[in-house]
Write a protein that binds this ligand. Structure first.
Ligand SMILES: Cc1cc2nc3c(=O)[nH]c(=O)nc-3n(C[C@H](O)[C@H](O)[C@H](O)COP(=O)(O)OP(=O)(O)OC[C@H]3O[C@@H](n4cnc5c(N)ncnc54)[C@H](O)[C@@H]3O)c2cc1C
Length: 367
């Protein structure tokens, strides 16, 4: 019998394998596609932030930053003595219209309670800090300017976690698990991302297709933060000398991962040009689509032991924030499995019982 088997070798599987191996557990990770062609993490924007509504998401975002800053030290291996995730710490800027302002003021109380270090300004003050933004229709905005938020290269992050976990004794194997009953292990962890329902049908997490566009703009603003305009749902960030911009439209039951190209002209370009007049002149240079592991109950993660089994744990439903939450979730699951309780960040509010009992705990700030 195996000690720990993790189903799914994506970012959550790799991070959990790292933390459990560090505690001396013998971990086997089963991944059906080691090229990760359709997995969510390589198709993500790589953002890490602490600007959320729910306290556990703020705290997990803070730990993401702490962990990412320590990658060179924590994840170095004999083969890769200088690991990196190509971090850019331009921060995040989230802008809210009248309809979201009250909710944001409540979120700021949670930011304060968690010592998130975010700054809040009136919409009318935006141009003092971000001269290139048209503040029309923005009631309030929150940002960081202390290197506490930004983005990383998701594939490099995964690779560094996987290599370190392997050095610590974890074994990554190719294979498809059709049913959890096939596995004989003391502890089983489902880290199957948006495909979790195939293994655990009572978990309401489903693939939700999101499109990201790559654009070129004659005016380059390299210091621009990852910016979310909650009045339109469009978000963007610099990528080298270009920009990436996400469509606000998402689709369940998508047939394939062909990008929704029409969204660019209909939704994304008009929203960008309105908010940043310099982006009136844009050239579309590419794009892709990927699946969010969307929790249809409340857009919030589901993590913990499944009450219907003796030895099954799961982590999914991150709805656009699984990359940044991976270190915190890997550590939390390791604490739960090895000590019986969360020791660092209490994420009991994400428990499986919450979704089985349909007790929603929504996280409104989904980009
Ligand atoms: C366009 C886009 C932008 C995003 N932007 C961000 C962002 O800025 N910041 C952020 O934090 N997050 C972001 N995300 C979300 C993030 O990518 C996901 O939440 C995260 O990757 C989930 O990690 P995971 O390991 O659970 O799933 P995945 O990365 O999908 O990995 C799951 C793995 O499990 C394997 N698997 C599934 N079922 C089985 C089985 N039965 N047997 C064997 N293997 C199996 C799959 O092949 C896959 O490799 C974004 C996602 C998208 C699509």
């Amino acid at each position: 019998m195996d000690d720990v088997v993790i189903v799914g070798g994506g970012i959550i599987g790799a991070a959990t394998a790292y933390f459990l191996s560090k505690e001396g557990r013998k971990v086997k990770v089963i991944e059906r596609d080691p090229t990760y062609k359709n997995a969510s993490f390589p198709l993500s924007l790589g953002g890490f932030r602490r600007q959320f509504f729910q306290k556990e998401n703020i705290l997990l975002g803070k730990f993401a930053r702490e962990f990412i800053f320590q990658i060179p030290e924590l994840l170095k291996t004999e083969k890769n003595p200088k690991p990196t995730a190509s971090m850019v710490t331009n921060g995040y800027l989230l802008m809210f219209g009248q309809e979201h302002a009250e909710e944001q003021y409540k979120a700021l109380e949670n930011h304060k309670a968690c010592d998130a270090g975010t700054k809040n300004i009136k919409g009318s003050e935006l141009t003092k800090f971000f001269s290139y933004i048209n503040s029309e229709g923005i009631e309030t905005a929150t940002f960081t300017d202390n290197q506490s938020e930004g983005w990383i290269d998701p594939f490099m992050f995964h690779s560094a976690l996987k290599s370190k976990a392997t050095e610590l004794g974890a074994e990554f194997t190719k294979g498809e698990v059709k049913s959890l009953s096939e596995i004989k292990a003391k502890t089983i962890i489902s880290a199957a991302g948006c495909w979790t329902k195939e293994l655990l049908e009572d978990i309401p997490v489903e693939p939700q297709k999101h499109t990201v566009f790559r654009v070129k703009c004659p005016k380059h603003i390299p210091e621009m933060p990852l910016t979310g305009d909650l009045t339109t749902g469009v978000y963007w960030r610099p990528e080298g000398k270009e920009y990436l911009a996400g469509s606000p439209k998402s689709v369940f039951d998508a047939k394939d991962l062909e990008p929704a190209w029409d969204d660019f002209e209909e939704l994304v370009w008009p929203a960008l040009a309105h908010r940043i007049p310099a982006m009136e002149e844009l050239k579309l240079t590419g794009g892709w689509a990927g699946y969010y592991d969307c929790n249809r109950l409340d857009n919030n993660a589901v993590v913990g032991k499944h009450p219907k089994f003796d030895n099954v744990y799961l982590a999914t439903g991150f709805t656009g924030r699984g990359l940044m939450q991976a270190p915190g979730i890997g550590r939390a699951l390791t604490e739960l499995i090895t000590t019986g309780a969360y020791q660092s960040i209490d994420i009991s509010n994400m428990a499986v019982e919450r979704v089985l009992g349909k007790k929603a705990r929504p996280e409104p700030y989904v980009l």
